[in-house]
Design a protein around this ligand. Structure first.
Ligand SMILES: Cc1cc2nc3c(=O)[nH]c(=O)nc-3n(C[C@H](O)[C@H](O)[C@H](O)COP(=O)(O)OP(=O)(O)OC[C@H]3O[C@@H](n4cnc5c(N)ncnc54)[C@H](O)[C@@H]3O)c2cc1C
Length: 397
C-alpha cells in the first residue's frame, strides 16, 4: 500500500489549507461544533464550494469529488486547524441516509445537509444503554401513521443547537434486543420534546455541555422512519464504524503534538532549556513515533473505507487515537510537572490544551464506539477469538 498522498490529493489539501488560512477567524476556531452564527457561516462557505456533498450524486445535491479521499482530507485539515468539522453531518448521517433511506428521504435531507441548513444531534444513549446500545428501552409505539414516544435519552451533545435528531428508539420490545430498534429523523421542535442541560468535564467549546432529552407522548410521522423498521441497530453499528474515524480525526492529535514540540523548542525555564534534557528528548521522540503510527492507522482506515465498511481498521484507529490522548496528558504531567496541569494563565503551556486533553481522555475512550468495544471487534473479527459467550468467530480476513 502506498501511504503517500498523490499530487492531486496534495493540491486539494493545499486548497483546503488556503481556505482555512483565509476564513478561520478567532470566533470560529476552538471548537469542532457548528454551534454559533460565525461557525455556521464558516461551514456554509464550504457548502457553497460544494465541499459538503463531495462524492454524492448531483440529484441529491452532491458534487464531484476532486479526489476520492477529498472528504477525509477536508475533515482532517479542519480538525488539525481546530475548526468545526463535517464528520458527523456528512460522514455519519448523510452516508447512512444515502445507503439505507427511501428515495423521498434522500431527496429531502441530503441537499439540506450539503447546504448546511441545520445541525444534527445523535440521540442514542440512555441511562442503561451506553456502550450496550442494544439494551435501549425508550420505545416508539407504532400507531399506524405515526409512532408515539415517551421516555428519555442522555449525554446528547448537540441537542441545544440542533434542528434534527438522528434518533434510535425501540420499536419491537419482544424481539431479540438487537432486532427491535429503529432509527428516526425527529425535528427538534416537535411538541413533547424537551431538554435539560447536562454538563461534563471540560471547557466550553469542548464536549463540555451535553443534554438530557425528554419525550412526553411525542409523535413521529411514519415518513421519518429511516430505512427498514427494526434494522436500526445494524445501521447504528455501520455508522459507528465510520464515526470511529470520521468524527474525530487523528489530525487534532498531530496538531497538539506539534504544539508540544514547538513549546519545548522555545522553552527557557529560568535559564534551563528542557529540550536539552535527555529524558524529555527520549519521551518526545518516542511519542513522535506513536503519533506517526496513529496517522498511518487513520490513513489505512480511510483507504479501506473506499472499498468496504472499515470495521477492523476503524476500531484499531479508535483504540490508538483515544490512547494517545491519554498519553499526551501523562506526558505533559511527566515532563512539565505542575505546569502541565495548568488550565490557563500566562504560565500555562499551550493555553491549557493538555489539561483539556486530560479531562476529555475519559470521554474519548467511551465515545463513538469506545476503546473496549473496539478491542473486542479487533479480537473477534481480525484475530478470530471467541466472543463473550465463548462462541468462536472465524477471522474475516
Ligand atoms: C461528553 C460526552 C458526550 C457524549 N455525546 C453523546 C451524543 O451526542 N449522543 C449519544 O447518543 N451519546 C453520547 N455520549 C454517550 C457516550 O456514547 C456513552 O457515554 C458511552 O457510550 C458509554 O456509555 P456509558 O456512559 O453508559 O458507560 P458504560 O456503557 O456503562 O461503560 C462503562 C465502561 O465499561 C466499558 N464496557 C462497557 N461494555 C463493555 C463490553 N461489552 N466490553 C468491554 N468493556 C465494556 C466501557 O468501555 C466503559 O469503559 C456522550 C458521552 C459523553 C461523556
Amino acid at each position: 500500500m502506498d501511504f503517500d498522498w498523490s499530487p492531486a490529493e496534495i493540491a486539494f489539501r493545499e486548497e483546503v489549507r488556503a481556505f482555512i488560512a483565509e476564513e478561520l477567524t478567532e470566533d470560529v476556531a476552538g471548537s469542532i461544533f457548528i454551534d454559533t452564527p460565525a461557525r455556521i457561516e464558516f461551514v456554509t462557505k464550504m457548502a457553497d464550494r460544494g465541499w459538503l456533498g463531495m462524492g454524492f450524486p448531483e440529484e441529491y445535491g452532491g458534487s464531484a469529488t476532486p479526489v476520492p479521499l477529498a472528504p477525509f482530507i477536508l475533515n482532517a485539515e479542519l480538525d488539525r486547524a481546530g475548526a468545526p468539522i463535517i464528520g458527523k453531518n456528512v460522514g455519519t448521517i448523510a452516508s447512512t441516509i444515502y445507503h439505507v433511506a427511501s428515495e423521498e428521504m434522500k431527496k429531502d435531507f441530503l441537499p439540506k445537509i450539503f447546504r448546511n441548513e441545520g445541525q444534527w444531534a445523535i440521540t442514542y444513549t440512555e441511562p442503561n444503554a451506553g456502550t450496550d446500545l442494544g439494551s435501549m428501552q425508550c420505545r416508539a409505539v407504532d400507531k399506524g401513521d405515526h409512532f408515539e414516544v415517551s421516555g428519555m435519552k442522555h449525554f446528547i451533545t448537540s441537542a441545544h443547537f440542533c434542528r434534527w435528531h438522528w434518533m434510535a428508539l425501540r420499536t419491537d420490545p419482544d424481539a431479540p434486543k438487537h432486532k427491535g430498534i429503529s432509527i428516526f429523523i425527529v425535528d427538534h421542535d416537535t411538541p413533547g420534546l424537551s431538554l435539560s442541560r447536562m454538563d461534563t468535564l471540560g471547557r466550553e467549546g469542548t464536549t463540555h455541555r451535553t443534554n438530557q432529552v425528554f419525550f412526553d407522548k411525542m409523535k413521529i410521522p411514519r415518513s421519518r422512519l429511516v430505512g427498514e423498521q427494526n434494522k436500526g441497530f445494524y445501521y447504528m453499528m455501520q455508522a459507528l464504524d465510520y464515526e470511529r474515524f470520521a468524527i474525530l480525526s487523528f489530525a487534532s492529535r498531530v496538531r497538539r503534538f506539534d504544539n508540544i514540540v514547538g513549546w519545548f523548542r522555545r522553552a527557557d525555564l529560568n535559564g534551563e532549556r528542557p529540550a536539552q534534557d535527555p529524558h524529555t528528548r527520549r519521551s518526545l521522540a518516542r511519542m513522535a513515533a506513536r503519533v506517526e503510527v496513529g496517522t498511518m492507522l487513520e490513513r489505512l482506515a480511510i483507504c479501506r473505507a473506499q472499498e468496504a465498511v472499515p470495521d477492523v481498521e476503524a476500531s484499531m484507529n479508535k483504540v490508538w487515537g483515544a490512547s494517545i490522548g491519554d498519553e499526551f496528558a501523562q506526558l505533559a504531567l511527566d515532563l512539565l510537572g505542575p505546569l502541565g496541569g495548568l488550565w490557563g494563565g500566562e504560565h500555562s503551556p499551550f493555553d491549557g490544551a493538555l489539561a483539556d486533553e486530560y479531562l476529555m481522555a475519559g470521554h474519548a475512550r467511551v465515545a463513538a464506539g469506545g476503546v473496549d468495544t473496539s478491542k473486542s471487534i479487533v479480537a473477534r473479527r481480525l484475530l478470530g477469538l471467541p466472543n463473550a459467550l465463548g462462541k468462536p468467530e472465524l477471522p474475516q480476513r
